[in-house]
Design a protein around this ligand. Structure first.
Ligand SMILES: [Zn+2]
Length: 260
């Protein structure tokens, strides 16, 4: 058996919350809460939205936290601030359609800072939302906001679980951390977990369609063609019709066995 995990949506097959045999507060098969943390709203919905939707479909819950509004991706004919509000509105509609909650920290796009303040703000969201699973950016990105988001989440989760760190809410350790399949974060991205999204694929596409960027109205990249096709390609590898590929954090890839 290789290291890839193939996850069905129901029945007695392993769920996303109980991978790799490590400790989890949830019983096997119990859907939990996923917190997706993205630098920009489009990253969140296009690369993490189907994962949220699948968990919600199974009876769990999902929250999408955007560290910025992605406002500097505005096309020439739309002022930056107006585009940011369009991004916020699209994200709220998209999250609502999936049954998820949308949250924003509203750091300036292209200037998301990696420091104690931003890490502690993510820590506070984690302590407030109490997710079992977090999904965020992989570190191998050319985009500085994506790199910083990865680092902010790393430190934010460390702080969230640190019992002796006094904040307004008590510590909350997160048992599972996954990285999303993003065309801008592709350097050394090695997926090991494939999630069956057949049941939520169409709804997820509808959610993505709220964004002008998805429809090719803001730039050259064909987000809709790329991510809708990627789900089919990942599904081919996983033996599902449609799938999301995730990369698990290296710290949760250790098997602890009495024997082979
Ligand atoms: Zn981005």
């Amino acid at each position: 058996m290789d290291r890839r995990s193939f996850i069905q949506t129901a029945g007695n097959v392993a769920a996303l919350s109980v991978l790799h045999g490590t400790a989890s507060p949830l019983a096997p098969g119990t859907p939990g809460k996923i917190l997706a943390i993205a630098a920009h709203p489009g990253d969140g919905m296009f690369t993490m939205g189907a994962t949220l939707a699948q968990q919600i479909e199974r009876g769990g819950s999902g929250v999408l936290l955007s560290l910025s509004l992605g406002e500097k991706g505005a096309p020439k004919d739309i002022p930056v601030q107006q585009y940011g509000e369009m991004q916020r509105a699209a994200t709220e509609k998209a999250a609502h359609l999936l049954g998820a909650e949308a949250m924003f920290l509203s750091y300036p796009d292209a200037e998301i800072p990696f420091n104690e303040e931003s890490s502690l703000r993510v820590c506070d969201v984690v302590r407030e939302q109490k997710p079992e699973i977090v999904v965020t950016h992989w570190s191998g990105s050319w985009h500085k906001d994506h790199q910083n988001c990865h680092l902010i989440v790393r430190d934010g989760l460390f702080y969230a679980g640190l019992q002796t760190l006094q904040r307004s809410r008590p510590a909350h350790p997160v048992s599972k951390l996954f990285y999303a399949d993003n065309w801008e974060d592709a350097s050394n991205f090695t997926p090991d977990t494939y999630l069956n999204i057949d049941a939520v694929y169409e709804k997820w596409l509808q959610s993505c369609d709220f964004y002008p960027m998805w429809r090719g109205q803001t730039g050259f990249f064909r987000y809709n063609d790329y991510y809708s096709s990627l789900a089919i390609m990942r599904g081919c590898l996983a033996g599902f019709k449609k799938a999301v590929a995730l990369m698990s954090d290296s710290n949760q890839r250790t098997d602890r066995l009495q024997s082979l």
